[in-house]
Ligand binder design. Structure first.
Ligand code: NAP
Ligand code: MG
Length: 398
C-alpha cells in the first residue's frame, strides 16, 4: 500500500470480529498501511468525541476509510459506560463532515433466493439523507381557519400562497430541501454509478409535486450533463422516471443498477429491497461524498445481544460478511486510486473466498433458514472465517 487507509474501530461484537478479520484474513496477506482511529465508545468519551471528528477529517485527507459498527449512546448506555455526555451518532457526525449519500447493496448468493423471482443482480439504493419530512415542521389545528405558506427573502420580498381554508380541524406540514444538498446528492450518485459501472435510476413524483420534486429532477438533469460523456464511454445509462413507474419497473427488473431515492422513498425502499434480498447481515453500505471520498461499513449495528453472550463465554455465530466486504471494498478502492493491481486482486479474492464458503453451504446461524437447494452447515464466527481463509489461500496462489 502507498496511501494509508483510514481505519475506524468500533464497539461490541463487531469490534471482536474486526480483530479476528484483521488477524486471520488481512495482516497475513497485506502490508497494511492504516491510520487507526478508535471510535469505541470509551475512546469517544475520553476524547470528548474529538476522535470521530479527526477520523472524518482523515477521510477527507486520504479519501478512503473503513468503519466498524459503533454504539450510538442512549440513556442505558450513559449508565453502562458512565459517559460524560450522550455523544451523537458517529455516523451522523461523519456524514455531516463528509456531506454524502449512503449507498446500500445486498450481497447475493445462489442459494438465498430473493423474494422477487426476476431479481438476478443486486439493487443498490442511494438515499438522499437530508431534509424533506425528516426536517419537517407540523401543526395540528384545533379550530377552523386559514393556512398559508410564507417566504420572506433577505431582500424583504414576501411570497405567500394559501394552503387551505379549513372548515374544521386539520393538519399542516412544512418541509424543505436545499439546492446545495440536492446537488451534492446528484454528484455522489453519478460518481458512484461510474465507479461501480452500473446504470443510475432516479425517481420522484414531479407530476404532483411540480416545484419541489421538479427541482430535484431539474438538478439531476443539469448535473448529468457533467457526466454525460463519461457515462456514454462506460456504456451506462441515466434514467429518470416517476416513483410509481420506478416501483413497477424495479419489481419486473433483473436488478444490477442504482436506484436514487429522495429521503423518505429511500428509507422505505431500502428496507423493502434489503428484506426482499434476505438479511441485514448481508448488506454493504458506503458513504460517498460529492468530492469523491469513500467510507465503507456494514449496514448492521454492533450486534449487542451476541456480544453479551460472548462476554459470558458462550459460543456466538455472528455473520462477519458485511464487515469483511467493508474491508474488501476499501482495499479495492485504494488499489484503484493508487494503481496497485495486487491490492485490487487481493480484495477480489477475499470476496470470492467468502462467496465460495457461502456457496459451499458453510454459513453463520442467521443464514441457515434462508438457504434453498443446499443443506447448510452452521458454524461459529471463528470457524466461518477459517473456512474463508482456506479458500483465500487457494485463490491467491492461482
Ligand atoms: P444490530 O446490531 O444490527 O442487531 C440487531 C439484530 O440483528 C441482532 O440482535 C441480530 O439478531 C441481527 N444481526 C445484525 N447483524 C448481524 C450479524 N452480523 N450476524 C448475525 N445477526 C445479526 O442492531 P441493534 O441491536 O438495534 O443495535 C445495536 C447497537 O448498534 C446499538 O448501540 C446501535 O446504536 C448500534 N448501531 C450502529 C450502527 C452503525 O454503526 N452503523 C447501525 C445500527 C445500529 P439476533 O439477535 O436475532 O441473532
Ligand atoms: Mg427505516
Amino acid at each position: 500500500m502507498t496511501t494509508p487507509l483510514v481505519e475506524m474501530d468500533g464497539d461490541e461484537m463487531t469490534r471482536i470480529i474486526w480483530q479476528v478479520l484483521k488477524d486471520e484474513l488481512i495482516l497475513p496477506y497485506v502490508e497494511l498501511k492504516s491510520e487507526y482511529y478508535d471510535l469505541g465508545l470509551e475512546k469517544r468519551d475520553e476524547t470528548n468525541d474529538q476522535i470521530t471528528v479527526d477520523a472524518a477529517k482523515a477521510t477527507q485527507k486520504y479519501g478512503v476509510a473503513v468503519k466498524c459498527a459503533t454504539i450510538t449512546p442512549n440513556d442505558q448506555r450513559m449508565t453502562e459506560y458512565k459517559l460524560k455526555e450522550m455523544w451523537k451518532s458517529p455516523n451522523g457526525t461523519i456524514r455531516s463532515i463528509l456531506d454524502g449519500t449512503v449507498f446500500r447493496a445486498p450481497i447475493t448468493i445462489e442459494s438465498i433466493k430473493p423474494a422477487v423471482k426476476s431479481w438476478k443482480k443486486p439493487i443498490t439504493i442511494a438515499r438522499h439523507a437530508y431534509g424533506d419530512v425528516y426536517k419537517g415542521v407540523e401543526i395540528k389545528t384545533d379550530e377552523p381557519g386559514v393556512a398559508s405558506l410564507v417566504f420572506v427573502g433577505n431582500s424583504g420580498k414576501k411570497t405567500e400562497v394559501e394552503i387551505q381554508k379549513f372548515a374544521g380541524i386539520g393538519v399542516i406540514q412544512g418541509t424543505h430541501n436545499t439546492e446545495k444538498s440536492i446537488r451534492s446528492f446528484a454528484h455522489s450518485c453519478f460518481k458512484f454509478a461510474l465507479s461501480t459501472k452500473q446504470d443510475l435510476w432516479f425517481s420522484t413524483k414531479d407530476t404532483i409535486s411540480k416545484k419541489y420534486d421538479g427541482f430535484f429532477k431539474a438538478i439531476f438533469e443539469e448535473v448529468y450533463q457533467d457526466y454525460r460523456e463519461e457515462f456514454a464511454k462506460a456504456g451506462l445509462e441515466y434514467f429518470y422516471t416517476l416513483i410509481d413507474d420506478a416501483v413497477a419497473r424495479v419489481v419486473r427488473s433483473e436488478g444490477g443498477y442504482i436506484w436514487a431515492c429522495k429521503n423518505y422513498d429511500g428509507d422505505v425502499m431500502s428496507d423493502m429491497v434489503s428484506t426482499a434480498f434476505g438479511s441485514l447481515a448481508m448488506m454493504t453500505s458506503v458513504l460517498v461524498s460529492p468530492d469523491g471520498k469513500y467510507e465503507y461499513e456494514a449496514a448492521h449495528g454492533t450486534v449487542t445481544r451476541h456480544y453479551y453472550k460472548y462476554l459470558k463465554g458462550e459460543e456466538t455465530s455472528t455473520n462477519p460478511v458485511a464487515t469483511l466486504f467493508a474491508w474488501s471494498g476499501a482495499f479495492r478502492k485504494r488499489g484503484e486510486l493508487d494503481a496497485l493491481p495486487e491490492l485490487t486482486r487481493y480484495a477480489d479474492c477475499l470476496e470470492k473466498a467468502c462467496y465460495e464458503t457461502l456457496n459451499d453451504g458453510i454459513v453463520t446461524k442467521d443464514l441457515v433458514n434462508l438457504m434453498e437447494g443446499i443443506t447448510p452447515k452452521a458454524v461459529n464466527t471463528t470457524e466461518f472465517i477459517k473456512e474463508i481463509k482456506v479458500r483465500l489461500d487457494k485463490l491467491l496462489v492461482l
